[in-house]
Design a protein around this ligand. Structure first.
Ligand SMILES: Cc1cc2nc3c(=O)[nH]c(=O)nc-3n(C[C@H](O)[C@H](O)[C@H](O)COP(=O)(O)OP(=O)(O)OC[C@H]3O[C@@H](n4cnc5c(N)ncnc54)[C@H](O)[C@@H]3O)c2cc1C
Length: 385
């Protein structure tokens, strides 16, 4: 999409987000469910399902630099909607990169217009991720037999296809596309979440589920590689979600600080409040530019494991600090549901967990740094340790 087409698309989409999705906040927070009957058709009309699906499959094929402001805008309104849009787009994008031509042709046109939705099934109740996975897939002729449990799997209520990671040997992990209606595959909801309310993050049980070998993504044993590629860019999407939430909290805090008067002056004129605002803006500004750097590098064809983990880490810490300070600027009224501050505060905490908690980001970042990282930017030079 060229720049002027993108500008037009973006303006229209953003105005629909505020006109049609923002007003759903109270209903979703009260009922703790997304009104899928009306929400899905609205998102389909908005083009929200095909944002990252390549144009050849009927999607919009946005670049990462074009996509980040969009997912950030979704994060400013009710978080459950942002999570639905994020998971769908992130893993449709992953499939467009790691799926076989047949898998792409079968699934992506439906993903582009919202008839299909792709979920990502990695986390398990009784095991860690990667080589520690407990789910197994045994080859049996032209099929695999999949056994195991996953939980906390977003969009488990709407997904037509799940990208499932399972061990194919004692040391190797492989990735598979599993259709929702396979015999032996059951899905049950988990309890509601603290924030980003309304989405479904269910438990999946695979009880000897037979899937064709053609559903394997890439070669046997390549699952860890696919996992890292899919999560790498998805961590940048989570950081952009942190930015959207933080930016909204800052904007609301500025508006409140200008109009709330104590002892005859708006609190924006008090040095203590000015410090909160400046600290919030510092986090927002830094995150905006980290994200742009990561997006431009990815769009130029570079792998960005370090930048992605640093964006995700800084993003979760930044949005944590910004929503803390937003609550302080708002005073007691911010703790009530009369302002969106309380919701943004809860929504932000999910960004800590999605696409891996801080410990995994430390691990990836340190691994890349110790191996020797080329920052590849204007500051890169020939310095000595
Ligand atoms: C609302 C929601 C939606 C989600 N959606 C999805 C989804 O769509 N797909 C999906 O696959 N997952 C999803 N998740 C799961 C999420 O990615 C995990 O919760 C997260 O990665 C943490 O894993 P865990 O819950 O197994 O925690 P654990 O692994 O049990 O971690 C608990 C604590 O121990 C630490 N820890 C664990 N192992 C180690 C180690 N080896 N070294 C050091 N510290 C360690 C962790 O950092 C953490 O602090 C979702 C979670 C939530 C809450």
């Amino acid at each position: 999409m060229n720049q002027s087409e993108y500008d037009t698309f973006r303006d229209r989409l953003f105005s629909r987000i505020w006109r049609e999705l923002d007003p759903l906040e109270t209903q979703i927070e009260d009922e703790e469910r997304l009104p899928l009957e009306t929400l899905i058709p609205t998102l389909r009309e908005m083009g929200a399902f095909g944002l990252l699906v390549p144009e050849e499959y009927g999607g919009l094929g946005l670049t990462i630099e074009q996509y980040l402001p969009v997912i950030a805008e979704f994060a400013k309104v009710q978080g459950g909607i942002r999570v639905l849009v994020h998971v769908h787009n992130s893993f449709a994008h992953a499939l467009s990169e790691i799926g076989s031509p047949e898998q792409r042709a079968a699934i992506l046109p439906g993903a582009a217009d919202g008839r299909h939705s792709i979920a990502f099934a990695l986390t398990e109740p009784e095991h860690g991720t990667g080589a520690d996975l407990g789910s197994t897939a045994h080859r049996d002729g032209d099929e695999y037999v999949l056994t195991g449990r996953k939980w906390l799997i977003t969009n488990s209520d709407i997904a037509s296809h799940f990208i499932v990671f399972a061990r194919t040997s004692a040391t190797e992990v492989s990735a598979f596309v599993v259709e929702r209606d396979r015999p032996g595959f059951t899905i049950t909801p988990l309890p509601e979440t603290m924030g980003c309310k309304g989405g479904e993050h269910g438990e999946l049980v695979f009880d000897g589920v037979r899937i064709p070998a053609a559903n394997r993504i890439g070669a046997e044993g390549q699952g860890q590689e696919h996992l890292e590629r899919a999560l790498e860019i998805s961590r940048v999407f989570i950081a952009a979600s942190s930015l959207g939430t933080a930016q909204r909290a800052l904007d609301l805090s500025l508006a409140h600080a200008r109009q709330r008067v104590t002892f005859g002056k708006p609190i924006a004129h008090r040095q203590a409040v000015q410090r909160y605002l400046a600290e919030m803006a510092t986090d927002v500004y830094a995150l905006r530019h980290m994200l742009l750097d990561a997006a431009r590098k990815w769009d130029a064809g570079q792998r960005i494991p370090l930048e992605a983990s640093l964006c995700k880490l800084f993003g979760l810490e930044a949005v944590g600090r910004v929503t803390d300070r937003a609550l302080l600027v708002h005073g007691g009224i911010g703790y009530t549901r009369r302002t969106p501050i309380e919701r943004l505060y809860r929504d932000a905490r999910l960004n800590w967990l999605e696409e891996g908690p801080p410990t995994i980001q430390y691990l990836v970042a340190a691994r890349e740094l110790v191996a020797g990282h080329d920052w590849a930017d204007a500051f890169a030079g020939t310095g000595h340790a």
